[in-house]
Write a protein that binds this ligand. Structure first.
Ligand SMILES: *Cc1c(COP(=O)(O)O)cnc(C)c1O
Length: 402
């Protein structure tokens, strides 16, 4: 919860409601009668007196001062995410990468060390591989699925940050959140984008910061680009100080769309998870398919961990076509309801053939090293009727061939 002008008032005790309910109720100002969140597109606010100006200029995330510092629309979205994540505070950013770069550059200095998992969103991986070395920040990559791998790579006194993503690109590998949260001598951060705040709560496991590309499931309609980080008030205040200078603050328009999206996240996530499980089961039974990865399938190598730490298995799945690169191309060209696009978490089902799109520059060996086969297809399940999707995928598989 970000600071409000009513410093003297005790915060009302958290209502004991389910997260889906909290998502609907969150972030509404007391006494506000508009049921939709209110959009304040303004970049700045007038203040009544010198004293008021001084108070605003010296407070954390003032909601009516200057919108790079804070804004009622953005702060309301942040308060909702903080609530859903069980965090004291949250800060929104212009994109998921704005959030990733703020965590790394806001916390680490030249000479510091970062431990990160090998299975990561490509933008995060590139940031760690190209920007960090230029800043004198060393990064060690580990296999996030190996128990204890993060803790072993921590160098006491030098490692500032441990970065994990779960479920992770591209093969929906999971990181054990209890294992990660038990690391005490470095700050831990989880990119929880694929799970959404209703799918898992990393802070409950002792993790220090949780991060989302809110562009994805949180905003949920492919009409906003923003990111968000939640954690303790101390850490978010520190990151807020960096963020006001970094300048990758969220736009009020995007925060408005994201807050609009959060209110239906429960229903969307439930539907998308149900569709993903049905589609995964359908794909598993087809001869054109060599392998299906979905945390909700008993065949997922970390299914027990998924059941232990996830409330919902999410709408993302990955599968491998037996006949490789040509089959992948034929599959995505033969589907018509499922569109070819990158991104995820929206109403439209999206398919992406990694070897000819996101990872086109890699050799077959490099593809294998990053867990991507020539026939790997990533699916973001949307909100269409599952029978229509099964028919569409059936057409794609017929075209892919056995
Ligand atoms: C998309 C994504 C990001 C980056 O978010 P942007 O909003 O595109 O900057 C980071 N992590 C994960 C897991 C993502 O899917």
């Amino acid at each position: 919860m970000t600071d409000t002008p009513d410093q003297g008032q005790e915060p009302t005790p958290e209502e004991a409601v389910h997260p889906e309910t909290a998502a609907v109720l969150g972030g509404r100002a007391d006494g506000e009668l508009s049921l939709a969140p209110v959009l304040y597109p303004t970049s700045t606010f007038a203040f009544d007196s010198v004293d008021e100006g001084r108070r605003l200029a010296t407070s954390m995330a003032p909601d009516r001062f200057y919108s790079r510092y804070g804004n009622p629309t953005i702060n309301a979205f942040e308060a909702t995410i903080a609530d859903l994540e069980g965090a004291e505070a949250a800060r929104a950013f212009a994109s998921g990468m704005g959030a990733v770069s703020a965590v790394v550059l806001g916390i680490c200095s030249s000479g510091d060390h970062v431990v990160a998992q090998r299975q990561l969103y490509a933008g995060t991986q590139l940031f760690l591989q190209t920007v960090c070395p230029r800043m004198g920040i060393d990064v060690t990559f580990v296999d996030g699925t190996t128990p204890g791998a993060f803790a072993e790579a921590v160098v006491p006194g030098r490692t500032m940050l441990v970065i994990a993503e779960t479920p992770a690109n591209p093969r929906l590998d999971l990181v054990d959140l209890d294992d990660l949260g038990s690391i005490a001598n470095a700050l831990t951060v989880v990119d929880s984008t694929f799970a959404t705040p209703l799918g898992q709560r990393p802070l409950d496991h002792g993790v220090d910061l949780v991060l989302h590309s809110a562009t994805k499931g949180i905003a949920g309609h492919n009409d906003a680009t923003l990111g968000v980080i939640a954690g303790s008030q101390d850490l978010i205040s520190w990151l807020w100080g960096f963020a006001t200078l970094q300048g990758a603050n969220a736009s009020p328009y995007d925060a408005y769309n994201a807050h609009r999206g959060v209110r239906t996240l429960g229903a969307r996530l439930r539907q998308q998870s149900e569709t993903a499980l049905l589609l995964a089961g359908f794909l598993e039974g087809r001869p054109e398919v060599a392998d299906v990865r979905y945390p909700g399938l008993a065949s997922h190598p970390q299914h027990e961990l998924a059941v232990r730490q996830m409330r919902s298995m999410g709408g993302l799945l990955t599968f491998d076509l037996a006949r490789g690169i040509d089959a992948g191309r034929r599959f995505v060209e033969a589907t018509s309801i499922a569109r070819q696009a990158t991104s995820l978490g929206g109403p439209e089902t999206l398919v992406c053939h990694s070897a000819t799109t996101t990872h086109v520059s890699l050799t077959p060996d490099e593809l294998e090293a990053s867990g991507i086969g020539e026939g790997t297809v990533r699916v973001s399940c949307g909100l269409e009727h599952v029978d229509d999707l099964v028919a569409d995928f059936g057409r794609g598989l017929d075209a892919a061939g056995v």
